[in-house]
Design a protein. Structure first.
Length: 94
């Protein structure tokens, strides 16, 4: 099956509506529209405890200062990780 082109407004609307359906209702294979050229995109995933903890560990392993943007700090897991990294010698400033 050919992928729809974004240049066709009808095909683009149809593709967007397809992506909004529940996962079990998506066609297989999923047609993904071809983009006409380069694009600029910023993604902001929802806060995640596991990603926050991985970021803390990676920052602690790195040399120099690491600045994490918008980590999920109110989770118990994150507080425990910060305490554990501090015990291992990492300096954490909030």
């Amino acid at each position: 099956m050919a992928s729809p082109e974004w240049g066709d407004p009808g095909a683009a609307r149809e593709a967007v509506e397809t992506f909004r359906r529940p996962l079990a209702e998506l066609p297989d294979p999923l047609p993904v529209p071809m983009l006409p050229g380069p694009f600029d995109l910023t993604l902001r995933p929802p806060p995640s405890k596991s990603i926050t903890n991985r970021l803390f560990v990676l920052a602690a392993l790195g040399r120099g200062e690491s600045v994490l943007g918008r980590p999920l700090l109110d989770a118990v897991d994150a507080k425990v990780m910060i305490e554990a990294l501090g015990l291992l010698g990492a300096e954490v400033r909030l």
